[in-house]
Ligand binder design. Sequence first.
Ligand code: ATP
Ligand code: PAF
Ligand code: BAL
Length: 283
Amino acid sequence: MQTARELEVLRSAVAELRSGGGTIALVPTMGALHEGHLTLVRQAKEAADHVVASIFVNPRQFGEGEDLDAYPRQLARDSELLETEGTSLLWAPPPQEVYPEGYATNISVAVVSEGLCGGDRPGHFDGVATVVCKLFNQVLPDMAFFGEKDWQQLAVIRRMARDLDLSMPSVDTIHGVPIVREADGLAMSSRNAYLSPEQRSNAAALPKAMKDAIAVLAGGGDTQRALGNLRETLKVSGFDSVDYAEVRDADNLKPLSSDNGNARLFVAARIGGTRLIDNMAIR
Ligand SMILES: Nc1ncnc2c1ncn2[C@@H]1O[C@H](COP(=O)(O)OP(=O)(O)OP(=O)(O)O)[C@@H](O)[C@H]1O
Ligand SMILES: CC(C)(CO)[C@@H](O)C(=O)[O-]
Ligand code: BAL
């Protein structure tokens, strides 16, 4: 597996892969890889001839006071994991390669970015859309893979690809991969590493409380009452606060009645300083 840290090197490595005539799948990440990321890589490998993975902790998607500096960086370990999975090329640029002196462009996707994580993290999805558009243009992949853990992020990226008429990849080849969970149900996330053993054990209350709420909602129970109970359960289970617990349309992310077949439950909650997110279909 080749690692590129400069755009020029990336472009010639991608051209080399292309010269064999095969297809390319891109898997964008911020590193500190876990089984969730590796599942994306495996699905990408099944779908394309070559997998290009990126590792870039994108400063533009972190707000003031967020964990940009603390975010785990473990490039050597991540490279080994990617190589073992048969990744062809790793794109791991330093920040100045992505945002050189004078960089001035922002991509902002309205509507799907509003509320949920977009409400709690102002500017976050501008940062995501901007860097993902750049990654797409840098690699020009035939397809790309993202996790459904970050469901709103996936909706933002698809909206951007549709609105900007992107063709490499086109919106139809932006694939979502179901959430990979730990044995106790907690969605895998690089930020789980911030949790103390006690917090980690308490964190399992999040998927459990969501499943309980879904059982009530799918049975026709009152939405506000079910969401209120979910908030209460999280608080008594060791969570410090709940940023949001909402039912929304799975596709356009507009608020939706829980008896609609396309309804999905979205929750973000904090345990110590760590913010965890999850989402599940209501059915
Ligand atoms: N548990 C998971 N299941 C499926 N996909 C995942 C999972 N965790 C992360 N991903 C996906 O991997 C890609 C890279 O995500 P990222 O590097 O931010 O990891 P993360 O674990 O989500 O980290 P964070 O803790 O910052 O949320 C994204 O498309 C994300 O949705
Ligand atoms: C898509 C992404 C790599 C953009 O920085 C990031 O938001 C992530 O890892 O989910
Ligand atoms: N996994 C989404 C990236 C972020 O939280 O910044």
